[in-house]
Design a protein around this ligand. Structure first.
Ligand code: SAH
Length: 348
């Protein structure tokens, strides 16, 4: 028996490759432009949707290609309006993405990898080992799904995107950048790069690469401690990317980019809630202009990590603000459905 050749994922082709396909099949290169627009700008999930193409062309495409669109497998809604999606990929793996509504914004929080390799001790995603990187289209599709939900459930446009779901975006650099190119291009979702934030655990050499590539989106760094021994004990990445290396990379990034970085920081009882830690953070904050988000801790297990007291948070807040560092306390969203920071772990 002759097995059918497996269909190629059409979104792996760039416009020129698609043009070449049509020319090889005796059609006009401009056909590629039409198909490309269906694939990206209009996010077609099926060739039958491409109604300005002849039936013959649609069949030709269907014989050679598949559209590996992700599927929202399960959707959960929090009492605060947050929506968590379990998103099924073409190979059956699942990642999670979150829609976070506020008065002024609708933010999509998207994943960049299936699982994560980083092992941050306080994060639920760390318990899923890294299975694979997401492709650009799989990242793009998560945004499209949330954009549709935003219009359907809130009657409002999607305004912001944060790469703060599962995985480390800078360890899937090329695909994240390719997805962002599509998200921000007029041939894709045409969103302004300044509405996008990529959050990283702090991989120094990749921050330098971001600077060299002159990216236009915002950068956030999950800092959590400005003392090497403490940071290493909760975030093993700090062993190979020390605070000094991180600081140098950020200096390089700021020199080129001239935009404030945001530090994400959780204050935990007995771990980093004393004044010594707050002073270390303040010192780190002087390296380049920055903002600090003090994130509420979302418990993922019993005991080991506990949210610090209100007093400790106020101590941090006062010290930073007195020294001119914009500091915000970020309350959790979607906690009841395990959709908050660090809770994404494919539980349901
Ligand atoms: N790997 C990237 C992207 C993940 S973003 C990064 O580390 O930045 C997820 C954010 O939630 C990070 O700032 C992470 O440190 C934080 N986080 C992880 N677990 C958390 C938890 N249990 N409670 C609150 N924040 C958590």
């Amino acid at each position: 028996m002759v097995e059918a050749t497996p269909k190629r994922d059409i979104r792996k082709l760039n416009l020129d490759e698609l043009k070449e396909f049509f020319v090889q099949h005796g059609d006009k290169p401009f056909r590629a432009q039409q198909v490309y627009e269906w694939l990206w700008k209009k996010s077609a999930k099926d060739f039958t949707q491409m109604t300005n193409l002849s039936l013959q062309t649609r069949e030709l495409l269907n014989t050679h290609f598949s559209i590996n669109h992700v599927k929202v497998d399960q959707m959960q809604r929090s009492t605060d309006g947050t929506i968590k999606n379990a998103v099924k990929l073409h190979d059956g793996l699942i990642v999670e993405s979150v829609l976070i509504p506020t008065e002024k914004r609708i933010t999509a929080c998207v994943s960049s990898q299936v699982g994560c390799s980083l092992d941050c001790r306080f994060c639920a995603t760390a318990r899923l080992k890294r299975m694979r990187n997401l492709n650009p289209d799989e990242i793009y599709d998560q945004v499209v799904a949330i954009k549709e939900q935003s219009e359907m459930f809130f009657n409002r446009p999607l305004t912001n995107i944060v790469f703060m779901g599962m995985g480390e975006p800078l360890l899937n650099y090329a695909n994240v950048i390719a997805a962002i190119d599509k998200i921000t291009s007029p041939g894709g979702l045409n969103m302004a790069a300044k509405r996008l934030t990529v959050s990283t655990v702090g991989i120094a050499k990749m921050i330098i690469k971001l600077a060299d590539d002159e990216v236009k989106f915002n950068l956030a760094v999950s800092l959590h401690s400005a003392l090497n021994d403490v940071r290493s004990s909760i975030m093993p990445i700090n062993d190979t990317n020390t605070l000094e290396e991180l600081g140098d990379a950020l200096k390089y990034w700021y020199a080129k980019r001239k935009r404030k970085v945001t530090y994400e920081y959780v204050v935990w009882k007995g771990i980093n809630d004393s004044e010594e830690h707050a002073r270390a953070l303040l010192k780190f904050c002087k390296i380049i202009p920055c903002k600090v988000n003090l994130i509420e801790y979302n418990p993922i297990d019993e005991g080991e990590f506990q949210q610090a007291s209100e007093q400790s948070l106020t101590m941090y807040m006062n010290l930073l603000e007195e020294n001119g560092i914009t500091t915000r306390i970020r309350k959790s969203r979607g906690k009841d459905i395990d959709a908050a920071c660090g809770q994404l772990a494919n539980k349901s």
